[in-house]
Design a protein around this ligand. Structure first.
Ligand code: FE2
Length: 167
């Protein structure tokens, strides 16, 4: 399947939940943009885009089962749902395994072991900062401690009006 076909599959899977659909559409757009700016390899680009589309696949189930979307529960349930979702997409096993790993770690900010992982964290944060109304102090801290790619940092600064050196 192409990335767009996987996007359509995920939109259908979301059964009209506009909040979830809007969220992953935005994370996908940032992830794709950052990955292209950082000139990652073609395989990595694909992994990043697909992981961004399905990273919150466990949100509806977690809301129903636990009444919240706590990060750790989401990661655990997400791995199982992502594996199921990716069956029949024709992606290589290696790619599927990496995407499942990313879904299962996207709330974990330690031991980021690759540019794909890093870009997913940055793209998700760029969207969550707005959706959850993060304070400027939080954003300034994250730009120094979490963000690593120059395009991710630049986007975060531009979107949230944080001037470089103005801290
Ligand atoms: Fe997310």
């Amino acid at each position: 399947m192409t990335v767009s076909e996987i996007m359509v599959k995920m939109v259908k899977y979301s059964k009209g939940n506009l909040h979830d659909i809007n969220h992953f559409m935005k994370v996908y757009a940032y992830a794709k943009t950052i990955a292209e700016c950082e000139k990652v390899a073609d395989d990595e680009q694909r992994i990043i885009e697909i992981a961004a589309i399905i990273h919150d696949i466990a949100c509806p189930l977690c809301r129903e089962k636990y009444g919240n979307t706590n990060g750790k529960l989401q990661e655990k349930e997400g791995a199982v749902l992502a594996e199921e979702f990716l069956k029949g997409t024709g992606l290589s096993n290696e790619m599927v395994n990496r995407i499942i790993f990313l879904v299962a770690h996207h709330h974990t900010f330690q031991e980021v072991d690759g540019i794909d992982y890093q870009i997913l964290l940055e793209a998700d944060y760029l969207v969550n900062a707005d959706e959850s109304g993060y304070q400027e102090a939080n954003i300034r801290n994250v730009i120094d401690c979490v963000f690593k790619t120059s395009s991710g940092k630049m986007l975060l600064q531009s979107v949230y009006g944080i001037a470089e050196g103005n801290r």
